[in-house]
Design a protein. Structure first.
Length: 643
């Protein structure tokens, strides 16, 4: 028997985490929705190949590993997409013969297989049951999906945590009318995540308690702790006007806070002038910084401080925080070493260091261009200051996984609210895809409030979004990744779209690999960090980020809720592109170089990346989307969708 001191104190058991969102009704609703999304996106990427049931105009089947058959109704849309009716998913015992892509590669089947005897409706009813569990689907279709054991295990975990987040969102959901009253930062906490990626809220590394504290759907403001980092291991960069860290801190920290930070360093016999200050994510400090930077902490190169007192709210990217009490202060972006969507969400050291230089170059293009500056009024939320901290070992070992080189640093981004005109309000593009529990689309709510017809409202939306993106592409061979989180729509007081705001330059700006005259003024430190692509692929950032990643879902929603046929939606998109071409006839060669209207485009696949290309293995470099075949471009003049 172990002997304990007689006066030892008892340890209280920790209080268990409450989980009111894990309600059966809420869970089943979220699971049904996610399974329909999984089937649709897996079919779009040709991970699965559903077969059209003979005699059924919109009913498809899929043979599961255990011999049973999953059936569902589905509609087809642009880019070869699939839209699964959630209430139609059922499991039928035994295989129902159907025309599958796999059948074309198998030997001839018997006449009985080809012409099965008809069953009565009563027999069908007795042998089918509703199916709504994405976790069971993964287990019962793992051989069909060709998943190895490690990928399957991690994927089930990531889908489960995504479902927990979805259940929390459903449990606390607002109506579309209520959402329309929220400001930009608050609305972020109600979004459902990436519409294309199935496991879009996996956040591997977070515990259930972490998720209840730090995720957007938790909607809990936090006070971030700060640390001091010696200039021996840390570096600062800022745009003009923020050339020194003192200029940044004078705007971001109250004088008493700055004085207390300096006092804490002096109390340790350390020189405040030899240190940089930066906030850290509490989870990152506990899980990654203290364990992996322990030698630097022991040497006094990293010193823990206290919070600055400001309340900040995590946004959709989780690692980005908006200042609630001081909206004039900058948004901070911090490394958060969790695996979410496709990558670990750290901050690449080299790009973080170059962020202010990239901001200066990109904003300079806009400021010198009357069309971007005056006609479009595009807002580019610059990453104006950064602190980078290299790990003394990992950053110099190229073969080590990339997440170990993105552990510590901070980026300060310009806040959105002070850049809006009186009466304007902003919402991320992703919000337009939101549907409330009553089935009301957020876009439908905004259209109603605007007083415009749906077609007129969509025309205004495309006129706000496309011209600045197209002009950056054609005139400067430069693209952003205008996906739902990075593209922000600015509305007037009547909820009519009027202009575009863009964020996240460092991770999402790409330039043409073919040299252009407009690139000759690009500073070398910018050229060194920006990713390059051939002109033919550069258009993919608009196609995949905006058209495939947002508009293929929005066009379906507009057909269902606004009565705008999908063909008309895409004809409006194409008309806006052609209007831009007519506005700049001198750029005709660029329109051909960066051809947005080509008959087919490569099919970028986000879910295939997780399932087959990268899985959950460590890599020395960040992964990129997989390419699998091609899909028809609905913007091409001969596209059937436009007939």
């Amino acid at each position: 028997m172990p002997q304990y001191p007689a006066n030892h104190e008892s340890v209280e058991s920790p209080e268990l985490l409450s989980t009111p969102e894990l309600d059966r009704t809420v869970w089943d609703r979220a699971a049904t929705r996610l399974l329909a999304k999984m089937l649709g996106e897996f079919a779009y990427e040709e991970v699965i190949e559903p077969a059209l049931r003979p005699g059924g105009s919109d009913t498809y089947t899929l043979a599961l590993d255990d011999g049973e058959t999953l059936s569902f109704r589905a509609g087809r849309g642009v880019y070869g997409s699939w839209h699964i009716a959630p209430d139609s998913m059922r499991v039928t015992e035994g295989n129902v013969p159907a025309r599958t892509a796999q059948d074309q590669h198998t030997s001839a089947r018997t006449a009985q297989d080809r012409n099965p005897p008809a069953r009565t409706p009563q027999e069908d009813s007795a042998r089918t049951a509703p199916f709504r569990d994405p976790l069971q689907f993964l287990a019962r279709a793992r051989h069909l999906l060709r998943l190895d054991g490690a990928t399957l295990g991690h994927l089930i975990r990531e889908i489960t945590t995504t479902l927990v987040a979805d259940a929390r969102l459903d449990h606390t959901a607002f109506t579309a009318a209520q959402l329309a009253e929220l400001d930009y930062a608050e609305l972020e906490g109600h979004q459902t995540g990436h519409p294309w990626l199935v496991a879009n809220k996996g956040r591997l590394g977070f515990s259930a308690t972490d998720a209840s504290r730090f995720t957007p759907e938790a909607r809990r403001p936090v006070r971030l702790p700060w640390i001091a980092v010696s200039t021996r291991i840390g570096g600062y960069r800022g745009v003009t006007g923020l050339d020194t860290p003192e200029q940044l801190y004078a705007q971001e920290l109250d004088a008493p806070v700055r004085a207390s930070f300096a006092a804490e360093l002096r109390a340790r016999d350390l020189d405040p002038g030899a240190y940089l200050f930066l906030p850290v994510h509490p989870w990152q400090w506990d899980e990654w910084i203290v364990p992996l930077f322990a030698p630097a902490i022991a040497a006094g190169d990293i010193v823990a401080l206290h919070t600055d007192g400001d309340l900040r709210l995590p946004q959709q990217s989780i690692r980005t925080f908006t200042n609630l009490g001081r909206p004039e202060r900058r948004t901070v972006k911090l490394p958060l070493s969790i695996l979410n969507t496709l990558v670990w969400r750290g901050l690449p050291t080299e790009r973080t260091f170059a962020a202010p230089a990239v901001t200066t170059w990109v904003q300079g293009l806009r400021d010198r261009d009357p069309f971007l500056r005056d006609t479009c009024g595009v807002i580019l939320l610059g990453e104006v200051a950064s602190v980078t901290v290299e790990h003394p070992l990992y950053n110099h070992l190229p073969e080590t996984p990339y997440q170990f080189k993105e552990i510590l640093g901070a980026i300060w981004r310009e806040p959105l609210e002070p850049r809006l005109a009186p009466g304007e309000r902003a919402r991320t593009l992703a919000s337009l895809l939101h549907t409330d529990p009553q089935g009301r689309g957020f876009t439908a709510e905004l259209v109603t409030r605007s007083g415009l017809t749906p077609t007129a409202w969509l025309t205004r939306l495309f006129a706000a979004l496309l011209p600045p993106l197209l002009h950056f592409l054609y005139q400067y061979g430069t693209v952003f990744s205008p996906h739902g989180e990075n593209a922000i729509i600015v509305f007037d007081g009547q909820d009519v779209p009027v202009r575009l705001a863009i964020k996240d330059f460092v991770d999402d700006v790409n330039i043409s690999a073919q040299p252009l005259p407009e690139h000759t003024t690009m500073p070398e430190d910018v050229r060194d960090v920006l990713l390059t692509e051939e002109p033919g692929f550069l258009t993919q950032f608009i196609h995949s980020g905006l058209f495939v990643g947002v508009f293929r879902f929005l066009s379906r929603l507009c057909e269902e809720q606004l009565g705008v046929p999908e063909a008309e939606f895409w004809s409006l998109v194409r008309a806006e592109i052609l209007r831009h071409h007519a506005r700049f006839p001198d750029l005709k060669e660029r329109f051909e170089m960066f051809d947005m209207l080509t008959p087919r485009i490569e099919r970028l696949c986000l879910n295939r990346n997780r399932l087959y290309r990268d899985g959950y293995r460590d890599r020395s470099e960040r992964p990129h989307a997989a390419v699998h075949g091609t899909v028809p471009n609905p913007l091409h003049p001969s596209a059937r969708i436009l007939e």
